[in-house]
Design a protein around this ligand. Structure first.
Ligand code: COA
Length: 275
């Protein structure tokens, strides 16, 4: 997969997509949106992608929407803006949230405005302590449009979401952890190693169990309890079908045989099984 604004690489079952416009702090121009939409569509079908990492090249994760190429240069072409807007929203929201494999945002540096929904839509997020985040739209007289306000409402407490959307104040990786925008922050020098260790551990788990866990979490949030229970029951049957009963036969069977304690660790050899 070759793109002008992205790097896509795979190591074992871990695919890394790097936003690659470092001279522009990986601001998302129309080409990047088209390419991300295409890349996520293809990778969703890629059996070899057990985990997806999204990060940025150089010192930025992404400075958000490309204020020149998207807003300024297209200000007299509303139809083109609408076309790109739909693509940009689709990949940062639906395609990423519902991506079949676990996703991790590795926030290496600047992360502003339109880039925040990427972090919110990924299942897990690790940041450099030194990273700088911001809902900076208000600083140029704009609003956190598209998926931004919704995504912030989904992951942040309203007090924090409104504070940063209204003040435009930047914050660092440690503050992002306090607000639960990201799971963990580590010194930038350790970010890649920590993220890759997490990705490797997820890549070693049962792919169907992870996929269906995501579906349970993502879809049942909007359901009534009765519908959520019926959905969960159907997912258990789907898991049994997809794994041909392995979670019962091997997973529980080996516990009952005294081979391991699932409360403390995964079953021996799980990492190599690669279902
Ligand atoms: N859109 C378009 N271009 C951007 C950009 C954006 N969001 N963010 C950075 N760039 C470009 C700059 O215009 C500059 O281009 P140039 O070298 O051709 O002049 C280049 O990237 C480097 O940026 P620069 O401002 O020189 O780097 P810096 O380290 O001093 O500051 C930022 C980096 C990210 C803090 C600053 O560029 C910034 O505030 N960008 C806007 C962030 C924002 O509000 N994003 C929300 C968009 S929804």
């Amino acid at each position: 997969m070759t793109y002008e604004t992205l790097l896509v690489g795979r190591d074992g079952g871990v695919t890394t997509v790097t936003l690659n416009r470092p001279a522009k702090k990986n601001a998302m121009n129309p080409t990047l949106h088209r390419e991300m939409h295409d890349a996520l569509t293809r990778l969703a079908d890629d059996e070899g992608t057990r985990v997806l990492i999204i990060t940025g090249a150089g010192e930025a994760f992404s400075a958000g929407m490309d204020l020149k190429e998207y807003f300024y240069d297209l200000k007299d072409r509303p139809h083109e803006v609408d076309r790109i807007r739909v693509i940009s929203q689709e990949w940062r929201d639906r395609k990423l949230r519902l991506f079949p494999a676990p996703t991790i945002a590795m926030v290496n540096g600047y992360c502003f405005g339109g880039a925040l929904p990427i972090v919110a839509s990924c299942d897990l997020a690790l940041a450099a302590e030194e990273a700088t985040f911001g809902l900076s739209e208000v600083n140029f007289g704009g609003i956190p449009a598209g998926p931004v306000a919704w995504a912030m409402g989904a992951v942040l407490h309203p007090r924090d979401a409104l504070w940063y959307m209204l003040t435009g104040e930047p914050f660092d990786g440690r503050r992002a952890v306090e607000m639960r925008l990201v799971n963990r922050a580590v010194p930038r020098a350790r970010l890649e190693a920590e993220t890759r260790a997490l990705a490797a551990s997820l890549a070693g788990k049962d792919r169907y169990a992870l996929k269906l866990t995501k579906e349970l979490f993502r879809h049942s949030r909007g359901m009534e309890m009765d519908a959520a229970l019926a959905f969960a029951n159907a997912k258990v049957r789907e898991l049994t079908y997809l794994q041909q009963g392995a979670w019962i036969e091997e997973g529980i069977g080996r516990f009952l045989a005294g081979e391991y304690r699932p409360g403390l660790a995964e079953r021996p050899g799980e990492g190599e099984r690669g279902s």
